[in-house]
Design a protein around this ligand. Sequence first.
Ligand SMILES: NC(=O)c1ccc[n+]([C@@H]2O[C@H](COP(=O)([O-])OP(=O)(O)OC[C@H]3O[C@@H](n4cnc5c(N)ncnc54)[C@H](O)[C@@H]3O)[C@@H](O)[C@H]2O)c1
Length: 476
Amino acid sequence: MKTTILEDKRLSSEAPFGTSLAAEAENEVTAELKETTSLSDRLASRIELWTARVCIVGLGCVGLPLAETFGGGGYPVVGFDIDPEKVKKLRMGESYIGHIASERVAELVRTGRFEATSDPACFADVDAIIICVPTPLTETREPDLSYIIKTGQGIARHLRRGQLVVLESTTYPGTTHDLLRPLLENSGLQVGKDFFLAFSPEREDPGNPSYSTRTIPKVVSGIDRISGKLAVSLYEPVVTGVIPVSSAEVAEACKILENTYRAVNIALVNELKVVFDRMGIDIWEVIAAARSKPFGFQAFYPGPGLGGHCIPIDPFYLTWVARKFGVHTRFIELAGEINTSMPLYVVNRVAEVLNDQSQALRGSRICLLGVAYKKNVDDPRESPAFEILELLEQRGAHLAYNDPHIPALPAMRHHRIRLESEPLTEDFLAAQDCVLIVTDHSAYNYDWIGRHARLIVDTRNAMSGVTGTRARIVKA
Ligand SMILES: NC(=O)c1ccc[n+]([C@@H]2O[C@H](COP(=O)([O-])OP(=O)(O)OC[C@H]3O[C@@H](n4cnc5c(N)ncnc54)[C@H](O)[C@@H]3O)[C@@H](O)[C@H]2O)c1
């Protein structure tokens, strides 16, 4: 049954309604409700008329595609980022994200539907603020909420009545209510009365040509019913589907479930890879056969270890908060243990196959193909390639790498090896003692690589189907 905004306010208000209330108090509450209603009605009508100005905070892998989705959908969008280089590029109509074309950014800027800024004063001039800032782990693998905290503090300084704030960053259940809400209320404004607050997890899949931000359904929930309704109405016109849920905590937990599901299943196939390899069984063939089952099985694939901003990190947000409730997340811990052991497994396999040829790892020339955390992306964050490079270096190997998407290894928080991508030539491949496929980019010509390399250790099954190679091929 549909309810009006005023009825919603009554339902979500903590004040008891009924005959016991003095008439004066009742009048006061009614006046307050009317005021809130007029604020939410005003925002609702700006959303309906496409005049609501939307600010995206954090213009990275998530925020920039989201800005493009809102701007392309028809809302005027302001993008806010603390990185002046990104803001400068966007203002010149340049994109720094592979699947967002510069022409698209330029068109949005030219038509006045998108502007980028580093000035936090922009928060005061918009109707909705969507937060897409990083949520990494600290050195001690605890949630690093500093980005959300700084953003919440920054918004609070400019927050005004009638605005909607939505958190999209992945985080543990309770963050929107327990962390962001008080930060915003430090402004003196009250959530549900003066401004509105919601959570909607981001579901970007970089490098996946089948889906874009616009075509991925969105789970949305408000901290109260009005906030939820406003957030749903904001997203509904620009994305394929909106799934409202009953609380921000459910929406936060939904994202953690999605990523934990992947982490655990990838760990399972990584463990099976090791077991089957000992038994002389090819895990890739096993998975291909299992996929023929039309129900009850979803294929996940083994690899050299987890990478990216999400799967190696997000489940540990839940682990951390679960400890506060006195519960342990054993599946998550075990999956983490198996997945993080994969780079060492791969390096040990390289050592074994070299040993089979009476060669030592020390002094061998090893070239990694692909250092991005996954196929066809230019993102090296948390890539297992870095751990593999360091383990190989510790064992005395001479290292090189090639990645068409990553011309030089960037400075990373936990890794210090700095190399530049080597051009792939016949002579270069032939000079390597081992070519180690870490990321199976589509740009590689695997037939050609197989014709010129001597030994290939393949962690992605990229060489399957390649015949007539000179190289010895070993899966790992
Ligand atoms: N990348 C993905 O595929 C992906 C997928 C699902 C969820 N997520 C989640 O989305 C969130 C953002 O991730 P991302 O990959 O876009 O990160 P990113 O590092 O690509 O981008 C974050 C951006 O935020 C900016 N920033 C940092 N602090 C800021 C501040 N105080 N104010 C304004 N801007 C600030 C940075 O300069 C950067 O441009 C994270 O919570 C992540 O877990 C990411």
